[in-house]
Design a protein around this ligand. Structure first.
Ligand code: HEC
Length: 475
C-alpha cells in the first residue's frame, strides 16, 4: 500500500502568490532587485473584507447533516475537519511554505474559513489538475466528495471549534524514509532578480562514474518562499556542448531558460524529475529507475518567484540511485518533431479561443530515436506508470490517450483546466500496458482569444508548447 504515498509531483509555480507571512520581509535593496512592486497577497487575513459566506453544499445527493454553531450534532473542527485540513491543505498551508497563509490549527483555520468556499467549490483548492473521468492516480490530492461537502458545510455553519478530545488520532506516518545517496546543487547561492518570475537553469555535474539508475528524486529547496518549481533534466554526454554554450554565454551562475533546459536539444532532454511545494515522497514506481550515464550533467531548472526582497537560494537535488533495476524506465517527453522545425508549424492564431494541435506517436519509435543505442521499446509492450502534459500560459486543456486500431483504448491523463502554475506528472493507481501496435495521442487546446500576436512553438515565455510526458518501463 505504499503506492498511495508514492510519487506525485505537481509543479507549483505560483504567478500570483506573495510568499508566506513567515517569509523574511527584509526591505529590498533596490540596487539588487529589478524594479517592481510586491505582488499583492492573493488572500487577505482580514476576514471582514469578505463577508461570511452564505454558501451551502451544492451537491443535493450529500447526506452530511446540517451543522449549526453550537449544535452538538453539527460538524466541528476537531471531530470532522482537522484531519482533512492536516492531510489535504497543510502540506502547503503551513509556516514558511508556498501557500500565503497557514491552516495548521483551529485559530488559523477559523480565521481563513470565511474565504474557503469559492476555491473549494470550484475545486481550485487543493490544486489537483487531472480530470477525474480519465484515470485513477496513486496520490490523489483532491478532496473526496464527502470531504468537500463537509468542509463547505462546516464553513457555512460558522466554523465551529468543538472539543479537542474529539480529534481523531494523527495518522501514523509509515512512509519509509528514502535514503538519497546523491546530493548535487548550486555551488554558490543565487539571488533571483527578475520580477515577477525568474526562470534559470544550472548545469550540475553528475557524480557517478558508472551507469546508474535513479530510483527516487526530490529537491531540498534553499529558499522555500521563492522556489516555485524545479525540473531536473538529464543531459547526456553527447548533448552537453549546446548547453555548456548557453551557460558560457550568460554571465553569473547558470543561464535563463523557460519551458525546458534551453537550446535546440531542449525538447529531447529527458526529465529526471520535478519538484513542487507540497510534493510527498519522491520514489519512482516500484522496481523502476531512470538510467543516468557517467559524464552526464543535470540541468536544474528553477522557477523563482521573487517576493521583492533579495533572497539567496541554494537548492539541492537529491537522488537515490541503484546499480540495476528490475525495469529500466524512461521519462519521455514527446511532441510532433515538425512543430519544432516549422513543418507543419504549431501556429496559434491571434484572437482564436480554441486552437487544437495533436500528434499521435508510436512510443517504441520515440525510445529508439532518443536512445539510439538501447534496444528497449521496439516491438515489445511497455508499461506506462505516470503521465503529464506541458504547455505554456495559453494552454487551455490537454490529454494523452492510448489508441488501438484507431479507437481510444485507455485514457492516461486529461487536464481539463490547464494552469501553467500547477503542472505535473502523475502516477497511475495501476500501470497501463501499451502494446507495440498501440499509439499514444497527444492533444493540446490553446486559447489565444486575448492575444494580439500569433503564437508558435518555442522556448520563450511568449511562445507555446504542446508536450506529452510519459514514464514507461519494460513490462
Ligand atoms: C499544493 C499546495 C496547496 C494545497 C495542498 C492547498 N493549497 Fe490553498 N493555496 C496554495 C497556494 C500557493 C495559494 C496561493 C494562491 C495561488 O497562487 O493559487 C493558495 C490559496 C488558497 C486560498 C485563497 C484563494 C484565493 O483565491 O486567493 C484558499 C481559500 C485556500 N488556498 C484554501 C485551501 C484549502 C481549504 C486547502 C485544502 C482543502 C488548500 N488550500 C490546499 C497552495 C495549496
Amino acid at each position: 500500500m505504499s503506492r498511495a504515498r508514492s510519487f506525485v509531483f505537481t509543479l507549483a509555480a505560483l504567478a500570483a502568490c506573495n510568499g508566506s507571512p513567515g517569509a523574511p520581509s527584509t526591505e529590498g535593496d533596490a540596487s539588487t532587485t529589478t524594479a517592481g512592486t510586491d505582488t499583492p497577497a492573493t488572500a487577505t487575513n482580514d476576514a471582514s473584507t469578505d463577508p461570511a459566506p452564505t454558501t451551502t453544499v451544492d451537491d443535493p445527493t450529500t447526506t452530511v447533516p446540517t451543522g449549526t454553531t453550537g449544535d452538538p450534532s453539527g460538524l466541528t473542527y476537531y471531530r470532522d475537519i482537522k484531519a482533512i485540513l492536516d492531510g489535504k491543505c497543510a502540506t502547503c498551508h503551513r509556516p514558511g511554505d508556498i501557500a500565503p497563509f497557514s491552516l495548521t490549527n483551529y485559530d488559523e483555520a477559523s480565521m481563513f474559513a470565511p474565504i474557503f468556499a469559492p476555491s473549494v467549490e470550484d475545486r481550485t483548492m487543493p490544486p489537483w489538475p487531472p480530470g477525474a473521468d480519465c484515470n485513477d492516480f496513486a496520490s490523489d490530492r483532491a478532496l473526496t466528495e464527502d470531504e468537500r461537502a463537509r468542509v463547505l458545510e462546516w464553513v457555512a455553519a460558522g466554523a465551529p471549534e468543538g472539543d479537542p478530545d474529539d480529534a481523531p488520532p494523527a495518522p501514523d506516518d509509515d512512509a519509509p524514509s528514502i535514503a538519497y545517496d546523491v546530493q548535487i546543487g548550486l555551488s554558490e547561492p543565487f539571488t533571483p532578480t527578475q520580477l515577477p518570475d525568474d526562470y534559470r537553469c544550472f548545469l550540475l555535474d553528475w557524480p557517478k562514474d558508472q551507469p546508474t539508475y535513479a530510483t527516487a528524486f526530490t529537491i531540498e529547496p534553499g529558499a522555500r518562499e521563492v522556489v516555485h518549481h524545479v525540473i531536473a533534466f538529464i543531459i547526456p554526454p553527447d548533448e552537453l556542448a549546446d548547453f555548456e554554450a548557453l551557460d558560457a554565454a550568460d554571465p553569473g551562475p547558470g543561464y535563463p531558460c523557460y519551458g525546458g533546459p534551453g537550446g535546440e536539444a531542449s525538447p529531447r532532454a529527458q526529465w529526471l524529475g520535478a519538484w513542487v511545494p507540497g510534493a510527498s515522497s519522491g520514489a519512482l514506481p516500484e522496481g523502476t529507475g531512470i538510467l543516468v550515464k557517467p559524464g552526464s550533467k543535470i540541468a536544474m531548472q528553477m522557477h523563482y518567484h521573487p517576493n521583492g526582497a533579495p533572497v539567496a537560494d541554494q537548492s539541492t537535488i537529491m537522488v537515490r540511485t541503484a546499480e540495476s533495476v528490475a525495469r529500466p524506465a524512461y521519462l519521455l517527453p514527446f511532441a510532433h518533431p515538425g512543430w519544432m522545425v516549422d513543418a507543419p508549424a504549431m501556429t496559434i492564431p491571434a484572437g482564436e479561443a480554441d486552437v487544437m494541435h495533436s500528434f499521435t506517436i508510436d512510443l517504441g519509435s520515440v525510445i529508439s530515436y532518443l536512445y539510439k543505442d538501447e534496444a528497449v521499446g521496439v516491438g515489445e509492450p511497455l508499461l506506462a506508470h505516470m503521465a503529464g502534459v506541458h504547455m505554456h500560459t495559453r494552454g487551455a486543456r490537454a490529454s494523452l490517450v492510448v489508441e488501438s486500431g484507431g479507437a481510444p483504448e485507455a485514457c492516461l491523463i486529461d487536464v481539463p483546466r490547464w494552469d501553467f502554475n500547477w503542472q505535473g506528472i502523475y502516477e497511475f493507481a495501476e500501470p497501463i500496458t501499451i502494446e507495440p501496435s498501440d499509439v499514444v495521442r497527444l492533444e493540446c487546446h490553446f486559447d489565444n482569444s486575448s492575444g494580439d500576436a500569433s503564437l508558435k512553438w518555442g522556448e520563450g515565455t511568449e511562445d507555446e508548447m504542446c508536450l506529452g510526458m510519459i514514464y514507461v518501463s519494460t513490462p
